[in-house]
Design a protein around this ligand. Structure first.
Ligand SMILES: CC(C)(COP(=O)(O)OP(=O)(O)OC[C@H]1O[C@@H](n2cnc3c(N)ncnc32)[C@H](O)[C@@H]1OP(=O)(O)O)[C@@H](O)C(=O)NCCC(=O)NCCS
Length: 179
């Protein structure tokens, strides 16, 4: 099977209606804050990069990555320099549960590791079994027990960049293009 190709473009203020629509769907609301996605000031915040993910020209998902050292007392603040956190959802209900999540997150992880991040962290709700299954498939492991944070109850998870020469990474199985 030919792998899907995913493109990632920076989110803008023009995407707010799309993101609000995605965030109001039940499958996203179950696991994602109902807050407005972001405003102009948040978009200018260099700590976070926000991406609209498309395949075959169709936008279907949102992913953001952030420096784990950008907030005092962040639960990932003790990770090594250059580590990044990721958060994501598939907005389009038709695209859920058919492999796109594993594949586009894998593609984005590859890009972040290519930038030399030593560790990528993510923090699903401990009851979000589908997300946790996907993250484990991509090489994430729990990093301590579930814990309360100011962003809610989380299961901290981390994936480490493999050294050159190691066998193929779990996250290299999808093609991607970054605009
Ligand atoms: C989490 C998310 C990005 C995953 O993407 P996806 O395309 O749905 O997932 P995939 O189809 O790639 O893989 C799903 C995997 O989870 C497994 N799975 C599904 N439900 C599960 C459950 N209740 N328990 C355990 N595993 C489960 C599937 O079997 C599949 O694994 P497999 O490929 O080995 O069979 C997507 O479902 C989503 O956006 N969910 C709503 C928002 C959300 O939860 N975001 C994450 C916040 S941390």
């Amino acid at each position: 099977m030919t792998p899907h190709q995913y493109s990632f473009r920076k989110a803008t203020l023009n995407d707010l209606d799309l993101l609000m629509a995605w965030q109001s769907t039940p499958h996203v609301r179950e696991w994602w804050d109902v807050d407005a996605p972001y405003d102009e000031a948040a978009l200018a915040d260099a700590r976070v990069r926000r991406w609209i993910v498309s395949t075959l020209g169709r936008p279907f998902a949102f992913i953001q990555d952030y420096t784990v050292h950008g907030w005092q007392d962040h639960h990932f603040a003790r990770l090594p320099k250059g580590s990044r956190g990721i958060d994501q959802y598939i907005g389009d209900p038709e695209m859920i549960g058919v492999g796109h999540g594993s594949a586009f997150i894998s593609a984005r992880m590859q890009a972040i590791f290519d930038e030399q991040a030593p560790v990528i962290a993510t923090d699903p709700h401990p009851d979000n079994k589908r997300a946790i299954a996907v993250y484990e498939k991509l090489g994430f492991e729990p990093f301590g027990p579930p814990r309360e944070t100011r962003w809610g109850l989380i299961l901290p998870m981390t994936a480490r960049r493999q050294r050159a020469g190691n066998s193929q990474q779990p996250w290299t199985n999808a093609l991607s293009r970054h605009d």
